[in-house]
Ligand binder design. Structure first.
Ligand code: GLP
Length: 260
C-alpha cells in the first residue's frame, strides 16, 4: 500500500487524474471503476478539464459504478447512476452505453447482482478503481462485517452511513436503508485501486485501515492485501497516522519513473 500525503484536494485530484490519464493513453479501452461521494469530485473535475483542454479521449473506455441505492426510482438525482453521469461521464466523451451500474430498481435483486458481476468480467475486469472511504471504514457500501470474499450483493446501511449521506437528501428519512455494492472480493480484483480521503472526520478510519489490523470490522483494511493500492490523503485525513513522516519521505524520494 502506497500512502501519499498532499496539501489539499486539488493536488489529490491532479495526482489521481495523472494516473487515470496515463492509463487511458496507454490503454484507450481501459475499464474504470467509478466512485460517488465528495472524495472523487476533484479528480472528475480535473479529468473533465483535461478532456476539454487537451482532448483527453474517453471514447473507448468503460465505466463501472461501485454501488447504488435500492428503491430510488430510475432517474432520481441522488441515484448513483445519475450522480456519476452528472459529475463525470456527461462531462467527458464516455459513450452512455459504456457506463454501467448495479440495478437498484430490479425486482430480482440476486439476478441483477449476478448480471453486474458478469458484465464486469465480460469487459475484462476493472483496470483502475477509484474509492472513497466511509467514516466507519466502509468502501463501496461494504459496511463493517462484510466478508473479504464478498461479491456484488444487497447490503443494509449502518445508521452512521445514512446520517453521513443525508446531506445529499432533503431529510434523513429519505436515505434508503438498502444498497447494492460491489463486494470486497470484487474490488480486490481491480488491477489498481486509488483511495482518496480528505478531512479530519476521516482520520480515524484512515489510521484503522492503513495501520490497524486487517479485520472485517474495518472493511478498507482488506486493501493491505492488494498488490497495487494507492492511498491519497490530505494533511487532516493523515493526522492520526503513526508513520506519516515515513510516507512523506518515501514519496519525496521516489524514483521519477515509478508513477503511482
Ligand atoms: C458513500 C459511498 C462510498 C463513499 C463514501 C464516502 O457511502 N457509497 O463509495 O466512499 O460515501 O463519501 P465521501 O467521499 O463523500 O466522504
Amino acid at each position: 500500500m502506497e500512502v501519499v500525503i498532499l496539501s489539499g484536494s486539488k493536488q489529490i485530484g491532479k495526482l489521481a487524474a495523472d494516473a487515470i490519464e496515463e492509463l487511458v493513453r496507454r490503454k484507450p479501452d481501459a475499464v474504470l471503476g467509478l466512485a460517488t461521494g465528495s472524495s472523487p469530485l476533484p479528480t472528475y473535475d480535473e479529468l473533465a478539464a483535461r478532456h476539454e483542454r487537451d482532448g483527453l479521449d474517453f471514447s473507448r473506455t468503460q465505466g463501472f459504478a461501485l454501488d447504488e441505492y435500492v428503491g430510488l426510482p430510475a432517474g432520481h438525482p441522488e441515484s448513483y447512476r445519475e450522480v456519476i453521469r452528472r459529475e463525470f461521464t456527461n462531462r467527458v466523451n464516455i459513450a452512455p452505453e459504456n457506463v454501467h451500474g448495479p440495478d437498484g430498481t430490479a425486482t430480482d435483486i440476486p439476478a441483477a447482482c449476478r448480471a453486474y458481476e458478469e458484465s464486469i468480467a465480460a469487459a475484462g475486469g476493472i483496470d483502475l478503481q477509484l474509492l472513497g472511504v466511509g467514516t466507519d471504514g466502509h468502501i463501496g457500501f461494504n459496511e463493517p462485517g462484510s466478508s473479504f470474499a464478498s461479491r456484488t450483493r444487497i447490503k443494509s446501511l449502518i445508521e452512521q452511513t445514512r446520517r453521513d449521506n443525508a446531506r445529499f437528501f432533503s431529510s434523513l428519512a429519505e436515505v434508503p436503508h438498502h444498497v447494492l455494492t460491489q463486494g470486497l472480493g470484487t474490488i480486490m480484483e481491480a488491477r489498481h485501486v486509488i483511495l482518496v480521503a480528505t478531512g479530519a472526520q476521516k482520520a480515524q478510519a484512515v489510521r484503522d485501515f492503513v495501520e490497524g489490523p486487517v479485520a472485517a470490522i474495518c472493511p478498507a483494511s482488506v486493501l493491505q492485501f492488494h498488490p497495487h493500492a494507492t492511498v491519497l490523503l490530505d494533511e487532516a485525513a493523515a493526522s492520526a497516522l503513526k508513520l506519516a513522516d515515513f510516507y512523506r519521505h518515501t514519496y519525496d524520494n521516489k524514483p521519477a519513473w515509478q508513477g503511482l
